[in-house]
Ligand binder design. Structure first.
Ligand code: FE2
Ligand code: FE2
Length: 155
């Protein structure tokens, strides 16, 4: 298993992409911690970090959906809820040593390929053309200092 950022993950929404990059970086961190045989406690802490950040990221995306009146908001929110429920189950199993961290990584990798590449891509396309704009989107370039922001027209 080798998780890393790929160009195909980019949605062209600078907020979503910035958060996805950080999410993938945390998946990578988990991957490295398994390969370097870190302690169970350390690996558990990293999975917690992934979980908390995923939860934060989902709320950010959901706010974007509400602000831009995304028609498929309910469906997308349900998928986020399922992903978190599944991740919580896996985390409890890991705690009880009923699951290997590699299985969590596998789950996260599938999520990345399926959810980000399909559903988040659709959301980003909607946000790109929505008449109702995300709150404070003009502030994004000031805070999201990455090359994704260069040359973007945000209006
Ligand atoms: Fe996402
Ligand atoms: Fe999503």
């Amino acid at each position: 298993m080798h998780i890393q950022w790929k160009k195909t993950f980019e949605t062209d929404n600078i907020l979503i992409d910035a958060q996805h990059r950080l999410l993938v970086m945390l998946f990578r961190k988990l991957d490295v911690s398994i390969k370097t045989r870190e302690s169970e406690t350390t690996i558990l802490r990293i999975v917690q970090e992934v979980k908390r950040y995923a939860k934060f990221h989902f709320i950010s995306e959901e706010n974007l959906m509400y602000e831009t009146k995304y028609p498929q908001v309910e469906r997308h929110v349900t998928m986020h809820t399922h992903l978190l429920v599944e991740l919580n189950k896996k985390l409890s199993k890991l705690n009880l040593r009923q699951e290997y961290p590699e299985e969590i990584l596998e789950f996260l990798s599938d999520w990345l390929i399926n959810h980000i590449s399909n559903h988040d891509q659709r959301l980003a396309e909607h946000v790109g053309i929505a008449a109702d704009r995300p709150i404070a989107e003009l502030c994004y370039p000031e805070y999201l200092s990455c090359n994704l922001c260069n040359g973007k027209v945000l209006l």
